[in-house]
Design a binder for this molecule. Structure first.
Ligand code: GDP
Length: 194
């Protein structure tokens, strides 16, 4: 994928701020610190379009990025950060519910999990939530450079089992450090960008 444009557009707290141009949207979801910002920057060849290692749980908005004048990346605030208050967690849940339940422009979701560890309870809940609403989910297992290739298969199988992925569900091993999986990720996204 040749990236000719990648621009921050808007931070939306609710439907009133969603874009109205009807361009397809790819949402990106994952627990805080999973490597979501790094994934977005790597995919778009930008060093710091999305700030990495921000204080987890702080951004409670859907951040829209326009790509190539053709589709959006929608950065969904990360989950699983223990220090978030109950009130903020509830607001986060309402915002996600509103978005994932009703957003027609949403084309597919990239769900990021950490390749090194079995999916957390919240990872499993998120996967169930996304599939419940019928969204195509592309699971991306991050930080692949941190384990040896000989362990890839074992870790993949744990993710497939714990998330309940089907044979034709996309699972992509990714590293924002060395670019592993970048082309695979664009190939998996391609059907959803038009
Ligand atoms: P986010 O909170 O999900 O947006 O995660 P970030 O992209 O900010 O990444 C969290 C931390 O993991 C940072 O210290 C990153 O440098 C690191 N990180 C992210 N992706 C990778 C990766 O593919 N490989 C390695 N080794 N570190 C990564």
């Amino acid at each position: 994928m040749k990236i000719t444009q990648a621009d921050y557009v808007i931070s939306a707290v609710g439907p009133a701020q969603y874009p109205t141009d009807g361009m397809p949207e790819i949402a990106l979801a994952g627990r805080s610190n999973v490597g979501k910002s790094s994934f977005i920057n790597k995919m778009l060849n930008r060093r710091n379009l999305v700030r990495t290692s921000e204080k987890p749980g702080k951004t409670q908005k859907l951040n829209y990025f326009m790509i190539n004048g053709a589709f959006y990346f929608v950065d969904v605030p990360g989950y699983g950060y223990a220090k978030v208050s109950k009130k903020d967690k509830e607001a986060w849940g309402r915002m996600l519910e509103a978005y994932f339940a009703e957003r027609d422009a949403l084309s597919a979701v990239v769900h990021l999990v950490d390749l090194r560890h079995p999916p957390s309870k919240e990872d499993i809940q998120m996967h169930e939530f996304l599939t419940y609403y019928g969204h195509p989910v592309i699971t991306v297992a991050t930080k692949a450079d941190k384990i040896s290739k000989s362990k890839y298969q074992k870790h993949k199988q744990i993710i497939i089992h714990d998330l309940g992925l089907k044979a034709d569900d996309a699972l992509i091993l990714f590293s924002s450090l060395n670019g592993t999986g970048k082309e695979d990720a664009w190939r998996a996204l391609d059907p959803f960008l038009h």
